[in-house]
Design a protein. Structure first.
Length: 88
């Protein structure tokens, strides 16, 4: 009996949100015994155009670089409300 934990990014989606896009990344964690999957779970995280990509896989970075153009980044920044400083 051999147990294996296999973690893969099994889905990377570019989702259009008007003038800009986000990337949704799904990570699958599977427990495999003798070649048969016993169980699996999923985790998703979302990346916006200004996010740091240094901890992402090469595949996610390549897709982000294609989707997050300078025009898309500017549209995203323009859509984010400006936070006012508190005078306390």
């Amino acid at each position: 009996m051999s147990l294996e934990k296999k973690v893969t990014q099994d889905k990377i989606e570019a989702i259009n949100v008007g003038d800009w896009s986000v990337l949704q990344v799904r990570t699958k964690t599977a427990i495999i015994e003798d070649g048969a999957e016993l169980s699996s779970s999923y985790h998703r995280h979302v990346l916006v155009p200004t996010d740091d990509l240094s901890n992402e896989s090469d595949e996610v970075v390549a897709i982000a670089n294609a989707v997050f153009t300078d025009e898309v980044k500017a549209a995203y920044v323009a859509s984010v409300p400006i936070e006012e400083e508190s005078g306390e």
